[in-house]
Design a protein around this ligand. Structure first.
Ligand code: PHE
Length: 338
C-alpha cells in the first residue's frame, strides 16, 4: 500500500508541476486531492486496517497529502495566483439581497408623540407594574371593597389580591407613595379588562395617565393643559367640551369631548346618535381628598388634577381606523401604512 502511495504522490506532483493554466491545475486538484480522490478514499479507509499497518500507512498518507498540498499551492502561485473558479462565477452586477426592515407600530409612534407634548409642559415620565394589587388599582383610589365602581370594569384576577391593572390610575398611587409633592407626571401603559372583543372593545389596550399635584392647582389648570394637549394632537382648530362625569378618585369629575371632525358636529356614524357631534376622548377631574389621604398627603394643603385617555381611541379618531383589533394583530400591511 505504501508503494501505491509513493506512485500516487509522484504522479500527482507531476500533474501539478506541469499544469499549464489554472483550469488544468484545478482539474488536477480535484483528481488528486478532491473529495473523491484516491488519496482521500485511502485516508477514509484507514480505520478498517489492522492497527500496526494503520499507523504506518496513515502517517505516510498524511505526509503525502501535505506534500501535495504544498506542490499545488506552488503551482497556483506560479500560474499567477488565479482565484478559485467559484469566485469567477460570481456575478457582481446582480442587485444585492435586501434584508426586510421592521416598522414602528402606530401606537408606539403616538406614545412618543404624546410624551413629547407633555414633556414640553414639564411633565416627566412614570411607570408602574401591569400586575397590580387591590390597593393600587382600587382601594387607594377611593374604591374600598364592595364599592360599586369596581364593577365599572371587569377585572382579570390572577389570584386573590393580584390582578391585571384595569387603568393606569394605579400609577398615580405608586408615584405619590414614593415622592413628596409637587408631582407632575404622565404614565403611558398597557391596561387590561375582561371585555368581549369587538371593533371598539378589547381585553388589552393603552392609556395615558396624567397627574399634577401642587398648592393651588385649579380646574382651570386642568382645562388649559388638556386643551393644549388636544390641540397639539388633533390640530389647532379642535373644539373642546367639558361635562360632568363620575370617577371615584376625582371630585369634581369630568368627561372631555372634542367636536366630531368627521361631521363637524352635525352627528354621524362616528360620533353616534347620542353624543350628537361630540367625541369623548378623556376622563379627568380634581384629585379626591381620600386619594391624598391614602398616600399620606395632607388634603388641606395639596391640590391636584388627574386625567386618563385611551390611546387606541385617540388614534382611531385621528387616523380614521375603524377597528380596534388591527392594533393587536401584528399585520405588517397595517403597520407599514403609518
Ligand atoms: N381611570 C379612568 C378610566 O380608566 C380615567 C381617569 C383617569 C378618570 C384619571 C379621571 C382621572 O376610565
Amino acid at each position: 500500500m505504501i508503494r501505491r502511495i509513493d506512485a500516487l504522490e509522484a504522479e500527482a506532483a507531476r500533474a501539478f508541476d506541469e499544469a499549464r493554466d489554472s483550469g488544468a491545475l484545478e482539474q488536477s486538484r480535484v483528481r488528486w486531492l478532491g473529495r473523491k480522490s484516491e488519496l482521500t478514499q485511502l485516508l477514509r479507509g484507514l480505520k478498517d486496517l489492522p492497527a500496526p499497518e494503520r499507523a504506518a500507512v496513515g502517517a505516510r498518507a498524511n505526509r503525502t497529502r501535505e506534500a501535495l498540498e504544498e506542490r499545488y499551492e506552488a503551482a497556483r502561485a506560479r500560474l499567477g495566483g488565479a482565484s478559485p473558479p467559484a469566485a469567477s462565477a460570481r456575478d457582481v452586477t446582480l442587485p444585492g439581497r435586501c434584508l426586510p426592515r421592521g416598522h414602528e407600530h402606530l401606537i408606539s409612534q403616538v406614545l412618543r408623540e404624546i410624551r413629547t407634548i407633555f414633556h414640553g409642559m414639564g411633565f416627566s415620565l412614570a411607570e408602574g407594574p401591569q400586575v397590580e394589587d387591590d390597593r393600587h388599582n382600587f382601594g387607594a383610589l377611593n374604591m374600598p371593597e364592595g364599592h360599586p365602581a369596581r364593577a365599572m370594569t371587569d377585572t382579570f384576577y390572577l389570584k386573590p389580591g393580584a390582578l391585571l391593572r384595569t387603568h393606569t390610575s394605579s400609577v398615580q398611587i405608586r408615584v405619590m407613595e414614593r415622592q413628596a409633592p409637587p408631582v407632575r407626571i404622565i404614565c403611558p401603559g398597557r391596561v387590561f379588562r375582561n371585555e368581549a372583543v369587538d371593533a371598539t372593545h378589547h381585553f388589552e389596550f393603552h392609556q395615558v395617565e396624567g397627574l399634577y399635584v401642587d398648592e393651588n392647582v385649579s380646574l382651570a389648570d386642568l382645562k388649559g393643559t388638556l386643551e393644549h394637549f388636544l390641540k397639539s394632537f388633533f390640530g389647532p382648530e379642535t373644539e373642546i367640551r367639558f361635562s360632568p362625569s363620575y370617577f371615584p378618585f376625582v371630585e369634581p369629575g369630568a368627561q372631555v369631548d372634542i367636536r366630531c371632525f368627521f361631521c363637524g358636529g352635525k352627528g354621524c356614524a362616528v360620533c353616534g346618535p347620542l353624543s350628537e357631534g361630540w367625541l369623548e376622548v378623556l376622563g379627568a377631574g380634581m384629585v379626591h381628598p381620600n386619594v391624598f389621604r391614602a398616600v399620606g398627603y395632607d388634603p388641606e394643603r395639596w391640590t391636584g388634577y388627574a386625567f386618563g385617555a385611551g390611546i387606541e381611541r385617540l388614534v382611531m379618531l385621528r387616523h380614521g381606523v375603524p377597528d380596534l383589533r388591527v392594533f393587536f394583530e401584528s399585520d405588517v400591511r397595517f403597520v407599514r401604512q403609518f
